[in-house]
Design a protein around this ligand. Structure first.
Ligand SMILES: C[C@@H](O)[C@H](NC(=O)OP(=O)(O)OC[C@H]1O[C@@H](n2cnc3c(N)ncnc32)[C@H](O)[C@@H]1O)C(=O)O
Ligand SMILES: [Fe+2]
Length: 531
């Protein structure tokens, strides 16, 4: 089968021809380069208007040259339906509809984010990996479960590339800034910046303002670039590891334009090596926006009969990856597997040894992190965990007794509680308990920071919260709502039927907590992520 792909969500006007027999992917691209500042939607759409016909025509010439028969030998036309800039998407949609019409072949509407992930899965041959998408306008972790790609974690503000590009605009550098930061960082020394991870979600705005301030205050720009890369990529690597740990998966693929960054790939590679997982990153030409990934996923969708009629082929600037019904994968595959049960458990950030009546937890140094950042995070989190575990108990929330703590070594000794974790024993009653417990600690003025189903222990009719390492004192409704969001995401990402569990969880929260928090949660969930 031969499929033409067309891409043009933001900056890359691109067309490709994919041949399923030979696996050959030929890509023709023309990048939009803003005169100054960032991507301007109107200018970008003008670029698409002139460049899309040219790249498509180059690909049709190639199809003609390589065709066996009298025609062009094209079986389908696939295009990026979204997410992206509306004016650009409309140009692409029109071009794709008209080409499919001219060739009298089916039209396939591809989600750009799912394409960023499927290209890595396709090339790696991995069965059911977790995917870290690090692109311009987005940053998220996806895992397949029960017919959809679930969002396991994502940015709470801008995409990772756009965050870096905004910083370089502040310096007056031309777009795109990512590669320039990579070059300058090579000559810099690590500089400390805020590190923000909440469960498997994260945000960049605090780091970016601190980075701009640092440059304005005279810190050498090379050092700020080095600090920025070390911090942002360590955050992405950490959440990727959390996703592997939560789902019990040992395969990771990388997608998106920021994935071209060597330091990011190195960190992910190192993290996977340290935990015995497999890692795959496609070549740069398949990481940055390109029509090759659209054609490859388009071919899979076409083979599954997942095509569009013209009236239903409208574009969608806010098209989220979890909205896509995944028609091209077997139902049996799922990212969720049973994690190994053993005396020593390698969690996302620590090695936990379970003894008869106590548990020893050690935050092991992470080879992927800069040593200064690594020392800081391990000590901070160990200290926070000891304090907040005890504070939660004092508020009446079941938690283990803390027997010993050594922040410099990153070690803690706890009382052993429960028989297993909530992930393996999800019930509505236990979710209701978690809701009540979170409301109680919020009322006491702090958040858990990472309340996933693996950080809840169950047994002897009680539901314990553990692992307060990402917790902190705060009275902000937004921070409280994030705790709820993290828990709900971990349930939605792993449970077969999440609805009744989430309902019980929220009822539990409502029984004790402030209603404004649940209202803010709806806000957090509804935020458009295309920024
Ligand atoms: C919706 C769609 O339009 C959007 N695509 C997109 O933003 O282009 P993409 O090719 O995936 O990523 C471009 C980003 O990738 C960054 N980038 C490119 N090379 C880089 C490098 N070596 N280091 C860091 N960032 C890099 C650029 O600065 C830019 O922000 C998306 O996937 O979010
Ligand atoms: Fe992209």
């Amino acid at each position: 089968m031969r499929v033409v792909g067309i891409e043009g969500t933001a900056w890359a006007a691109s067309a490709a021809l994919y041949d399923t027999d030979t696996e050959a992917v030929v890509i023709e691209s023309d990048a939009y380069q803003p005169e100054s500042g960032g991507i301007h939607p109107r200018e970008a759409a003008e670029h698409m208007g002139s460049a899309i016909p040219e790249v498509v025509s180059a690909i049709l010439d190639h199809a003609d040259e390589t065709s066996d028969g009298p025609g062009l030998d094209i079986d389908a036309v696939a295009f990026s339906r979204g997410p992206g800039l509306g004016p650009c998407l409309r140009v692409v949609g029109t071009a794709a509809r008209s080409l499919a019409g001219t060739l009298s072949v089916p039209l396939v509407g591809v989600n750009h984010m799912v394409a960023h992930l499927e290209i890595g899965r396709h090339q790696s041959g991995f069965d059911s990996p977790v995917c870290l998408n690090a692109s311009g306008a987005n940053a998220h972790l996806l895992g397949y479960h029960d017919g959809r790609y679930r969002i396991l974690g994502e940015t709470m503000d801008t995409g990772v590339g756009n965050a870096i590009d905004k910083f370089t605009r502040h310096l007056g550098w031309s777009h795109p800034g990512g590669p320039k930061v990579e070059r300058r960082a090579a000559d810099g020394e690590y500089y400390d910046l805020p590190y923000v991870v909440k469960g498997m979600d994260f945000s960049f705005s605090g780091i970016m303002s601190a980075a701009k301030d640092a440059v304005d205050e005279g810190v050498p720009v090379e050092d700020v670039c080095a600090g920025l890369q070390e911090t942002i990529f360590a955050m992405l690597t950490e959440v990727a590891e959390r996703a592997l740990s939560l789902t019990g998966t040992d395969e990771l693929v990388l997608g998106g334009g920021v994935g071209q960054n060597r330091r990011l790939r190195e960190m992910l590679e190192s993290m996977c090596e340290q935990r015995g997982a497999d890692f795959y990153a496609p070549d740069p030409r398949f990481l940055r926006d390109n029509a090759g990934m659209i054609a490859v996923l388009g071919a899979k969708m076409h083979a599954a009969g997942d095509t569009l009629s013209i009236p239903e082929s409208s574009v969608d600037p806010d098209f989220r990856p979890d909205e896509v019904p995944v028609t091209w994968r077997g139902d049996a595959e799922s990212v969720v597997r049973d994690p190994a049960v053993a005396g020593t458990i390698r969690g996302a950030e620590a090695v936990v040894t379970i003894e008869a009546d106590r548990v020893v937890k050690e935050r092991v140094p992470k080879a992927y992190r800069h040593p200064a950042l690594d020392d800081r995070l391990r000590a901070e989190r160990t200290r926070a965990e000891a304090r907040l575990t005890s504070a939660a108990r004092r508020s009446g929330v079941p938690t283990p007794v803390v027997y010993d703590v050594d922040p410099a070594e990153g070690t803690l000794v706890f009382q052993r509680v429960g028989d297993g974790d909530l992930a393996a024993a999800l019930t509505a009653d236990r979710c209701r308990d978690v809701g009540r417990h979170l409301a109680t600690i919020h009322d006491a003025g702090f958040v858990h920071g990472d309340p996933t189903t693996r950080n809840v222990r169950v047994g002897d009719a009680r539901t314990y919260l553990i692992d307060f390492g990402l917790g902190y004192h705060t009275g902000h409704v937004e921070d409280h709502a994030m705790d709820l969001h993290v828990f709900e995401q971990s349930v939605a990402g792993t449970a077969a039927d999440p609805a009744p569990l989430l309902e019980a969880f929220e009822a539990g929260y409502a029984a004790v907590g402030d209603d404004a928090v649940r209202q803010r949660l709806r806000d957090v969930e509804g935020r458009g992520r295309y920024q």
